[in-house]
Design a protein around this ligand. Structure first.
Ligand SMILES: Cc1cc2nc3c(=O)[nH]c(=O)nc-3n(C[C@H](O)[C@H](O)[C@H](O)COP(=O)(O)OP(=O)(O)OC[C@H]3O[C@@H](n4cnc5c(N)ncnc54)[C@H](O)[C@@H]3O)c2cc1C
Ligand code: FES
Length: 279
């Protein structure tokens, strides 16, 4: 990525808006400049800074396939000013895009191993690109186990995608909701209660975990208790961000800046700092 690409937003155009639920939507974006579009490359797990002109800029994970050279997808939950403004965009509207930033998931290290992917809430967004990446290169990976937890069964997005993945050979999908509405056919309770069903060779597998810090800590501890080496567990962290290039300090996490050294960290590198107030 060039220095200019890191500091100055590229012009992007909304090609499609997909409404995933009342508060969650996917923006499919296309870079307007042909050269920038050709040069733009990302790894699953990286994020962009999306700039809504006159409102502000927010970090959002990239969920599309790294080989799609035309469209860059972002799935966004409305929580405040910028995300609510992004939700108003229509096909043809323009916005600014800086990136990609951050570290990606360790997909090279994960080759020829089972993958365990654990997500909570919208935590799914940063791992969707990794799952699609592995599914497209099926011969390079072992069994793929996807575990997704939501607070309420109504919060589950991408239900069709889970149903599709569940039909694939060597793919296990486990879903849980803390509170279940009528007709919820999956587990009611915490996702950690599902981990003893994992069909993965945990001592060799690579785990990618995403979601609220408490959930990630509980999931990592449970995997370790079941025999997974801590160094094979990777977590994606979130903090408020401004510059995304390691200068402003907004995303400081102890000795690290999440935008630059993260957002993906190996568990032993950050375990003592997880869920610690003030870090
Ligand atoms: C690396 C990274 C990747 C992300 N990927 C996605 C994604 O794929 N999809 C998505 O919907 N969101 C993602 N986020 C979170 C997203 O950036 C925030 O929701 C967004 O910045 C909120 O901006 P806002 O102006 O709408 O809300 P604001 O008005 O700034 O905030 C509304 C509320 O949300 C809280 N908040 C704001 N930012 C964060 C944050 N980063 N973490 C926790 N709480 C926050 C504020 O404290 C406040 O309570 C990601 C964040 C990071 C750091
Ligand atoms: S956002 Fe500025 S240092 Fe990370």
């Amino acid at each position: 990525m060039s220095a200019a690409q890191m500091l100055y937003p590229l012009q992007a155009q909304v090609v499609e808006v997909i409404h995933e639920s009342t508060t969650i939507f996917t923006l499919r974006l296309k870079l307007l400049d042909d050269a920038a579009r050709t040069q733009y490359r990302f790894r699953p797990g990286q994020f962009n800074m999306l700039y809504l002109f006159g409102v502000g800029e927010v970090p959002i994970s990239i969920v599309s396939d790294p080989e799609d050279e035309q469209l860059i997808d972002h799935t966004i939950r409305i929580v405040g000013r910028v995300t609510a403004g992004l939700a108003q965009l229509q096909p043809g509207d323009q916005l600014g895009l800086r990136g990609p930033f951050g570290t990606g998931w360790p997909l090279l290290q994960a080759e020829q191993r089972d993958l365990v992917i654990i997500t909570g809430g919208l935590g799914c967004a940063p791992v969707v690109a990794a799952i699609n990446f592995a599914l497209k290169r099926r011969e390079k990976f072992g069994h793929i186990c996807v575990v997704q937890g939501v607070k309420h069964s109504n919060d589950l997005i991408w239900g069709d995608m889970y149903a599709r993945w569940r039909q694939l050979p060597d793919v296990q999908v486990l879903l849980a909701a803390d509170q279940a509405g009528q007709g919820w056919p999956f587990h009611q309770g915490r996702i950690t209660e599902l981990l003893d069903q994992l069909q993965a060779d945990l001592p060799a597998a690579v785990a990618m975990v995403c979601g609220p810090e408490g959930l990630m800590l509980a999931a990592a501890n449970q995997l370790i208790a079941q025999g997974q080496p801590p160094g094979q567990i990777f977590l994606s962290l979130e903090r408020n961000m401004q510059c995304a290039v390691g200068h402003c300090g907004h995303c400081q996490f102890g000795a690290d800046f999440i935008c630059h050294h993260g957002p993906i960290f190996s568990y032993p590198d950050i375990a003592p700092r997880l869920c610690v107030e003030g870090v």
